[in-house]
Design a protein around this ligand. Structure first.
Ligand SMILES: Nc1nc2c(c(=O)[nH]1)N=C([C@H](O)[C@@H](O)CO)CN2
Length: 121
């Protein structure tokens, strides 16, 4: 299915279960796939026939910078819900949120979750 991807949105924010995460903050990476029919935009060359990825970026960035939550799953849900609410053309979303350096002991590159959501009729 056609889609628009916004990759590697890097935001300093204060989400997490630990108080230290709320106080110190950390970097989050958000990757979004918006599934929609791009036929009209591809044929007409009209921005109104698609989703303006710059506007979508700004909305996503404000959500991630916004009210702190415990779980990155909940943050991803907020991003997905906002995309469906703002853009009627979006059929499905895939939102991945990565913590690049969470305060958890161990040898690993990062942690992430991915939500796949369909528009509910
Ligand atoms: N599935 C998840 N597990 C954990 C999360 C999360 O958001 N989703 N968060 C934490 C803490 O915030 C962690 O970063 C520090 O203890 C733990 N597990």
């Amino acid at each position: 299915m056609d889609n628009i991807k916004i990759n590697g949105i890097k935001t300093y924010a204060y989400h997490g279960v630990l108080e230290a995460e709320r106080i110190l903050g950390q970097f989050f990476i958000t990757d979004v796939v918006m599934y929609l029919d791009l036929s009209a935009a591809s044929k007409t060359d009209k921005l109104t026939e698609t989703v303006h990825y710059g506007e979508a970026y700004q909305m996503i960035e404000q959500i991630v910078k916004g009210e702190s939550v415990d779980l990155i799953e909940h943050l991803a849900e907020k991003v997905s819900t906002a995309l469906f609410d703002q853009y009627d053309k979006i059929i499905k979303t895939e939102v991945t949120i990565t913590k690049t350096n969470p305060p958890i002991e161990g040898n690993y590159d990062n942690v992430s979750i991915t939500l796949n959501r369909k528009r509910e009729d």
